[in-house]
Ligand binder design. Sequence first.
Ligand code: PMM
Length: 297
Amino acid sequence: MTDVGAAFSRRRRPDDSADDVRVTYESLPHGRTLIMGVLNVTTDSFSDGGRWLRAEAAIAHGLELAAAGADIIDVGGESTRPGARRIAVAEEQSRVVPVIQELARRGLAVSVDTMNASTAEAAIGAGAVLVNDVSGGLSDAQMAETIIRLDAPFIVSHWRGPSDTMNSRATYGNVVAEAGAELEYRVAELVVRGMNPDRMLVDPGLGFSKNSAHNWAILGHLDRFTRIGLPVIVGASRKRFLGELVAEGAPMEDRDFVSAVTAALAAQHGAWAVRVHDVETTKAALAVAGKWKEGAR
Ligand code: PMM
């Protein structure tokens, strides 16, 4: 059996067939920071664009992420990098649904990274356990209603506008206070509309209408976001502000070490999960954070 195959059999009872495995948001591990592995099924995502476009290759990469220790596989079909153009919803769904279906069938916890309500619904139907909307439901007017109707777990990110204009919206007097208040307000708005707070998570949206200084201020004050009282996701991996800490023009993979250190520090400051590309290095970094916490008891 391959390493990947062995990793999956460990997740099942011996007499289970793959189709009997049911993971849910609530069945995810507790007591440690989780790893959300990034699986971009896109042609132009800034860090790994194009490599996993074919479903088969994407599924294989998802299995590798899980074998390396990812607790959740975050499948996205549309790039959100600065300046990215939107793609048709049908195209997005043709990229992500077969991949989600297969990974979920194999017993993996899958989230869908989408700003489209119909893609979120198709993904939940295909077995995804979590909807990750970088716009916090602001991009598609149908998203909130869809999530409420499906009672789907939902990541609400801080967002000020679409990728083609987000850099011009990166203006703050105090980014921590303003992004924190805007995110808290968005959560309250969704709860008032009927969203289940037990199935909501928040994300400060690093890089979304935020420059490097904004991102560092948010990381340095992560308690403003944990204070909202919902699980916090931190997505720093390979982002430009971390690229500034490695050699100019270095390949994306050279950002993985600083990404892992950032993940460990985010864990230390209460992150529920970190969204990363390099799961193996992150897992080692989180093990240090875990041992440190144990030592502090
Ligand atoms: N960043 C990206 C995409 N999806 N989702 C969440 N919850 N948080 C993030 O910070 C986030 C995200 C952009 O990065 P990518 O192109 O490497 O996926």
